[in-house]
Unconditional design. Structure first.
Length: 214
């Protein structure tokens, strides 16, 4: 009788372990990204989109966007992620600090130079900013690939520089005779670019910089 009871208890214990193991496995599977959407956003198996909190990678099609997506893929593809300090953005997407084990993915992609911080408040803000400045100082990623001052090799006659003031979001274009033309460095990942004609620059929403001579 005791043997039968012991056997029953053992089977129940093993069954419980197996069931717990199954639920742990399912939980891990649910946190393995199903799709990498771009350099700062991925999708979980349940359809939820998750954006890296405090990180802004180039929009699809801009300079560095493919490289940023590749970097995020390398960091999280096939791996179970943990999301902390969750918020919702204006589009309803989940945002958070994303970890693979002890690795903070948000920091890793900034450190590699394939994104910029957006300064959304979180407990790791200072680390994220430090990682970004280190990448900038050492010209990694966007800070070398997408930062230009001379006209593009493919279109050497397209010399009009169009840049965006980060504090006011003012879109200005600069002709070669503008006072500060030579000092203007374009960040192509932000949507700054060269134009061939003033008409093209105006059509894209840029206006002539006030320091330009006529």
């Amino acid at each position: 009788m005791r043997t039968l009871l012991a056997s029953g208890l053992m089977l129940a214990f093993l069954g419980s372990l197996g069931l717990n193991g199954y639920f742990v496995y399912k939980a891990k599977q649910a946190n393995i990204p199903a799709k990498i959407l771009d350099g700062d956003t991925f999708q979980l198996p349940d359809g939820d989109r998750v954006r890296l909190l405090g990180v802004n990678a180039p929009e699809t099609g801009r300079c560095g966007s493919a490289e940023a997506k590749d970097e995020l893929t390398r960091l999280i593809s096939g791996k179970s992620v943990r999301i902390e300090e969750e918020k919702r953005d204006t589009y309803g997407r989940r945002m958070g600090l994303v970890y693979v084990g002890q690795t903070l993915v948000n920091k890793s992609i900034l450190s590699a130079g394939w994104a910029r911080p957006d300064y959304t408040k979180n407990t790791r803000n200072e680390e994220l900013k430090s990682a970004y400045h280190d990448a900038s100082d050492n010209k990694r990623g966007l800070h070398s690939l997408c930062k230009v001052s001379g006209p593009p090799v493919a279109n050497p006659d397209c010399v009009i520089k169009a840049n965006i003031d980060p504090s006011t979001w003012t879109h200005l274009y600069h002709l070669p005779n503008c006072r500060h033309y030579d000092k203007i460095v374009l960040d192509l990942d932000l949507g700054e670019q060269f134009f061939c004609t003033e008409a093209e620059a105006k059509a894209a929403g840029f206006t002539l910089a006030p320091d330009c001579l006529r």
